[in-house]
Write a protein that binds this ligand. Structure first.
Ligand SMILES: Cc1ncc(COP(=O)(O)O)c(C=O)c1O
Length: 356
C-alpha cells in the first residue's frame, strides 16, 4: 500500500456529495423532512420527564437495549429474537452496507430511492442499478425481476421516499421470494401504508425489514431505529456488528414509554392519513399540479416550471417544503410533509394565494 494512501482516500471521499441535510430556517412551518408534528409536544414533555427519573447517566445502558427490543417486538407482534435496534434506521443501513457488502456487491434499487441509502452505496463504492419510476409514479415488479439475477442486495423503501409508492403486497412477496441475495425492505413510513412486510421475515432468511420510531411516533430526535429479521441474522447483527450500546439511556427509556401509548399514536396516524387525503384533494382541485397518491406521511406533486418560484415564495412566508427537481418523468417536483391540520391549512392557503 502506498504511503500516501490516507490522503488519497480522504481526497476520494471529499469528492462525494454526502447526504445533504435540509436547510435550517428558524420559526418556520417545517414541512420538508417527513417529521410528525401531529404528535402533541406536551406528551413528550411528560414522557421525557418520566424517562429522566428512570435513569442514571453515570451508567452504561446495560440491559436497556434488550428491554426496548422486547417492547418493539410486542409492538410488531414478532419474537424478540428477531428484532434488533440501531441509532436511527440510518445507522442500521450503514452497518449493513459497511459490514456485509464489499466493492463487488451489486445493489438493485429504485430511482429515486432513499437519499441516505444512495449516498452510503457511493461511500462504500457499491455498484448500483436503479429502476426508474414510471409515468404514473409507480414501479413495475417485472423490471426488478429482470435485473435481479445480477444483484446481491435488493433495497426498497416501502413506501418509497419521495414518491409515497408501495408495491401491492402480493407483488412484493413474489419479487422478494424470487430474489436470492439480501432483501432490505425499509418501512420507515409503513404505519401510514396499507400493509407491513415484517411477518415475511418468519419465512425468509434473506430478508431484513427496517423500521423506525422517527415517523409515526414522532421521535426523530431520539434516533430509535430497529429491524426485524431471521433469528440468525438478528443475532449476528446485534451481537457482533452493532455497537455494544447503540442507543443512549434516555432514548431507550423514552422509547419504551412511547410504545406503551400505542393507541394514542394510532390515532395520530389516522389523523395524518386524513390530512394527507385533504392535501392531495385540495392540491388537485387547484388544477395546475400533477399530484401523486401517497401511502406515507407526505405528498409529492409536480409544479413543472413553477416549482422553484413556489418553493421560494413559500419560504418567504415561513413555510418550508422540499424541492426535488425531476422525479421519474416529471420536472419540478415538490414534496410536502403532512403536518398538523393548522400547518397544512396554512400551506394550502399560501399555495392557493400564490396561484392567484
Ligand atoms: C426511507 C427512509 N428510511 C429511513 C429514514 C431514516 O429513519 P431514521 O430516522 O430512523 O434514521 C428515512 C428518513 O427520512 C427515510 O425516508
Amino acid at each position: 500500500m502506498k504511503k500516501n494512501w490516507f490522503s488519497s482516500k480522504i481526497g476520494e471521499i471529499s469528492k462525494l456529495g454526502g447526504y445533504k441535510k435540509p436547510d435550517k430556517y428558524s420559526n418556520a412551518i417545517k414541512l420538508d423532512s417527513n417529521e410528525n408534528y401531529a404528535v402533541d409536544p406536551s406528551l413528550f414533555q411528560d414522557l421525557m420527564g418520566q424517562a429522566r427519573e428512570r435513569i442514571d447517566v453515570r451508567e452504561y445502558p446495560l440491559g436497556g437495549t434488550e428491554r426496548l427490543v422486547a417492547s418493539l417486538a410486542e409492538y410488531v407482534k414478532m419474537p424478540a429474537e428477531m428484532v434488533g435496534v440501531g441509532n436511527g434506521s440510518d445507522q442500521i443501513i450503514d452497518l449493513i452496507l459497511g459490514n456485509l457488502a464489499s466493492r463487488d456487491t451489486r445493489i438493485l434499487t429504485s430511482e429515486p430511492t432513499f437519499g441516505f441509502f444512495e449516498e452510503r452505496c457511493k461511500l462504500y463504492g457499491l455498484p448500483t442499478t436503479k429502476i426508474p419510476f414510471d409515468g404514473e409514479m409507480g414501479l413495475q415488479a417485472e423490471d426488478f425481476a429482470a435485473k435481479s439475477k445480477k444483484a446481491d442486495i435488493l433495497y426498497l423503501d416501502s413506501p418509497n421516499n419521495p414518491t409515497g409508492f408501495q408495491f401491492p403486497r402480493k407483488q412484493l412477496e413474489r419479487l422478494a421470494k424470487s430474489f436470492e441475495g439480501l432483501v432490505i425492505i425499509d418501512e420507515a413510513y409503513v404505519e401510514f401504508a396499507p400493509y407491513s412486510f415484517v411477518d415475511a421475515a418468519k419465512k425468509m432468511e434473506n430478508l431484513i425489514v427496517l423500521r423506525t420510531l422517527s415517523k409515526s411516533f414522532g421521535l426523530a430526535g431520539l434516533r430509535i431505529g430497529y429491524f426485524v429479521a431471521d433469528r440468525k441474522v438478528a443475532d449476528a447483527f446485534s451481537r457482533v456488528v452493532q455497537y455494544p450500546y447503540p442507543l443512549n439511556t434516555i432514548a431507550i427509556e423514552a422509547g419504551i414509554l412511547a410504545l406503551k401509548k400505542q393507541k394514542y399514536f394510532a390515532g395520530v396516524v389516522e389523523l395524518v392519513k386524513r390530512e394527507r387525503q385533504r392535501i392531495t384533494e385540495k392540491l388537485r382541485e387547484m388544477g395546475v399540479f400533477k399530484v401523486f397518491d401517497s401511502q406515507a406521511n407526505f405528498v409529492l406533486f409536480s409544479a413543472g416550471g413553477a416549482s422553484r418560484r413556489i418553493h421560494k415564495a413559500l419560504i418567504e412566508q415561513g413555510i418550508v417544503i422540499k424541492n426535488l427537481g425531476r422525479v421519474g418523468s416529471y420536472d419540478g417536483c415538490l414534496r410536502v410533509t403532512v403536518g398538523t391540520p393548522e400547518m397544512n391549512s396554512k400551506f394550502l392557503t399560501a399555495i392557493r394565494d400564490l396561484l392567484n
